[in-house]
Design a protein around this ligand. Sequence first.
Ligand SMILES: Nc1ncnc2c1ncn2[C@@H]1O[C@H](COP(=O)(O)OP(=O)(O)OP(=O)(O)O)[C@@H](O)[C@H]1O
Length: 539
Amino acid sequence: MTILTLPPLDRETLGGLLSVASSLVWLAVAAVIAGVFGRLMAAEPVSPLRTGVAILLLWGLRALIDMAAQALLGLAAEAKIGALREEIVTAEARAATPSALGGAGALAALTAEKPEAMRLALLRYRPARMRVMVLPPVILCIALWHSWAVALVLLLAGPLIPLFMALVGWAAKEASARQMKDVGQMNDVLVDRLAALSDLRLIGAGPATVENFTRASEDLRERTMAVLRIAFLSSTVLELFSALGVAMVAIWVGFSLLGELSWGGWGTPLTPTAGLYLLLLAPEFFQPLRDLAAAWHDRSGADAVMDEITTWRDEPRSQRLGHGGLAAPLAKMPWLATCDLQHHGIAYPDFRLEPGDSLAVIGASGAGKTTLLRLIAGLERPDSGVILVDGLPLSDGNADAWRASIGWMPQAPHFLNGSLRSNIGFGDAISDDTLRAAGLDRVINALPRGDLTRLGARGAGLSGGEGRRVTLARALHGGPGLVIADEPTADLDMETARLVGDSLVRFAQAGGTLLVATHDVSLAERMAQRLTLTGRAAP
Ligand SMILES: Nc1ncnc2c1ncn2[C@@H]1O[C@H](COP(=O)(O)OP(=O)(O)OP(=O)(O)O)[C@@H](O)[C@H]1O
C-alpha cells in the first residue's frame, strides 16, 4: 500500500494526534527545566538567554499545536452535530406519521438541545483516549529508566483511575439518560401548555397547571443534580488517587536526593536533574487519565443522547413520497387518476380529473376524505393501488415536483408565529391578485397593522373565517395548477362559507384544477364532479 492509497485522516483523528503531540512537547519543556535546575543545584553555569529562548520556543510550539488541535476538533464536532441535526430535520420532514418519542417540544429538544450535549464529548473524549494510550506508557518508560520504585508507584496508582472511572461511568450514563428524557418531556409540556394557555385560564386550570409544571421542573432539577453529584464524586476520587501518586513520587525523590533512601534506583544515586524531571513528569502521567475521566463523564451524556437518537432512528414509520427537497413545479398541469386505491382498510373508487376540472369528495365522517387528499398529495403511501399523474405512477421520483404544483388548504391550519404576510408567502412577495382571489384584501385593509398583523400559532388576531382565507391565499400563492382543499367551509357562517366557495370556484373557472373534500352540500354542488366515499366495508 503506498502512502497515496492510505485513507485521509479525518479531522477528529488529526486533532487527537495533534493533542498527543502537544502533550509530548511538555516532556521536552520539563527536560529543559529539570536540566537548568540540576545545573543550578550543582553550581554549574546556566545561560539564561538560551534557556529562556528554548522554553519560549517549546511553549510557543505547544500553543500552536494545541490551537490547531482545538480548531480541528471543533470543526469535526460541528460537522457531526450538524449532520445529526440535518438527519433529524430531513427525516421528520419526510415522515408521514408522528414520532413515538414525543411531540414538537421533544423533537425540538432532540434536534437543537440534546446534540449540543455531545459537543464536549466530541471535543474531549477521543483526544483524551489517544493521549492515554501514548503519554502514560512513555512517561512510565522514562520513570523506569531512572527508578523502578517511581515506575512501580505510577503503575499501581494509574490503573485505579480508569477502573474507578468505569464504575462511575455506568451510573453516570443512567443518570444522564434519565435527565435527557426529562428535558424532552419538559419541552413537550411547555409547548402543550403554552398553546392552551387561554383555555386553561378559562376553565380555571391555572393553579393545577402551575403545580404540574413546578413538579416537572423539580423532577428535572433533581435529575440534573444527580448527574452533577456523580460528576463531583468521580472528580474528587480521581483527584485523590492522582494526588497520592504524585505525593509518593515526591517523597521517594526527596528522600533519595537527601541520601535517606538507597533503594528504588538502578544502583547509581539519583541526580538532581533526574529527580526534578521525575517530579515534573509525575503529574503529567496522571493528567491524561484525569482528562479521560472528565471526558468519560461527557461521553455518558453523549451516549444517552445517541441512544435516544438510535431509538428514534429505529422507529418504524411510513414515509411521504419524494425526497423532501425543493423542486420546480410541473411545466403544465397534468391529468390525474386513481386506480384500485386502498389505504387503512378503505377502498377508494377510481376517478379521473382533467386539468381545469373540479371534484368534490363527499362522504360521512371517517369515510376517508382527508386520507384520500393526503394520498393524492403524496403525503402518505397507499397500501395498494396507484395514483397516475399524466399516466405515470406517483412515486418518489416525481412527488416533489408534483407537490410543488399543488396548493394545499388543510382542515386544521397551522400558523407560524409571524406576520400575516409571512404566513402566506413564507418570505416570498405576495401578489395583490392572490390576496384578492382569496378575498383577503378587504380583511387586511381593516386590520390596524394590515398584513403586518402578528399571528399566534393558532391564528390569534384573526377570526376563523379570516384565518381560513389566509390558508386559501397560502394555497393560491405561487399559482398552483391544482388546489386541494380539505373542508374549506367547515365552521364558517353561510356568508363567509359562500365567499370562500366563490374564491375556489373562481380558481377553477380560471383553468385551475380543484379537489375539495367537504360536508357542505352547496359547495359540493358547485363542483363539476362528485365522488362519494362509503368508508370501510362492514366486517
Ligand atoms: N394511521 C392510521 N392508521 C389506521 N387508520 C387510520 C389512520 N389514520 C386515520 N385512520 C382512519 O382512517 C379513517 C378515515 O379518516 P379520515 O380523516 O380520512 O376521514 P374523513 O372522511 O376525512 O373524516 P372527517 O369528515 O371527520 O374529517 C378514519 O376511520 C381514521 O380513524
